[in-house]
Design a protein around this ligand. Structure first.
Ligand code: NI
Length: 172
């Protein structure tokens, strides 16, 4: 197990587009283990993207099953998505989001209510998953990281929708 250091805004890697991975390999697999360990080590962490630990690969991990809201909705438990693409999305919801890479703020962000995602799983097997509610939010948030986008980039009104945390989130 290895917990990796988190890159924090305005680290330039957070603004870069990440590159596709070839598929499963021992190197990718070991990295995915570390990525998941890093997510689990973060208090309240429900997702992480490879660029957040300084690795420019299109890999995200999500697990909302222990989250207050996520646990009450249908969810997949731990999801590892490599080279994820959104095939379809619909509905809308506004959810308060935070991010390990933006420890001092939260924001209300508008997201799709459901997403259909095509990806490789951690074994490199192609998979299509449908996610709804909070899990769909987490997937959209983490996939944004692969394109160099932070939730800050999705805030409609900095004045009304951006909030400073009273206590900055602890980076792992
Ligand atoms: Ni994030």
């Amino acid at each position: 197990m290895a917990v990796l250091p988190i890159r924090v805004f305005p680290d330039p890697i957070l603004k870069k587009k990440a590159a596709p991975v070839e598929g499963a390999s021992p190197g990718v697999s070991a990295f995915v283990d570390d990525l998941v360990d890093t997510m689990r080590n973060a208090p309240g962490g429900v997702g992480i993207a490879a660029p957040q630990v300084g690795v420019p690969w299109r890999i995200v991990a999500v697990d909302v099953s222990a989250h207050r809201r996520g646990s009450r909705e249908p969810n997949h438990g731990l999801l590892v998505l490599m080279n994820p693409e959104i095939l379809a999305m619909g509905g809308q919801q506004v959810v308060r989001e935070g991010c390990m890479s933006v420890p001092e703020f939260t924001a209300n962000v508008r997201r799709a209510e459901w997403v259909l995602v095509d990806a490789l799983d951690r074994d490199g097997v192609r998979t299509v998953i449908e996610a709804v509610g909070f899990e769909a939010v987490a997937i959209q948030h983490e996939m944004d990281h692969l394109d160099g986008l932070l939730f800050l980039d999705r805030v409609a009104s900095v004045k009304n929708d951006l909030f400073r945390r009273r206590k900055p989130r602890q980076a792992p």
